[in-house]
Design a protein around this ligand. Structure first.
Ligand SMILES: [Zn+2]
Length: 74
């Protein structure tokens, strides 16, 4: 697909590190499958991946962690 941020690049499948913050909790998820713009590096997550990230984030918040570093596949 074409990148909507820079409008020049096209995206390729790759792995990215995503960080999320919820209240006092920061969640970093490594090796997340995404479409990555070859030009500007912007990444796009599928709906399925986004949902999984949110459920991991919610679990980290529920556990009371301030910083949680996870691997997507774990
Ligand atoms: Zn781009």
């Amino acid at each position: 697909m074409d990148c909507v941020i820079c409008k020049h690049g096209t995206t390729e499948s790759g792995l990215v590190t995503v960080s999320l913050s919820r209240g006092n909790t920061v969640i970093v998820v490594k090796e997340v499958p995404a479409e990555v713009c070859a030009n500007c590096g912007e990444y796009y997550l599928s709906e399925e991946v986004s949902k999984k990230l949110l459920s991991k984030a919610n679990a980290a918040v529920a556990s009371g962690a301030e910083v949680e570093i996870l691997r997507y596949a774990a």
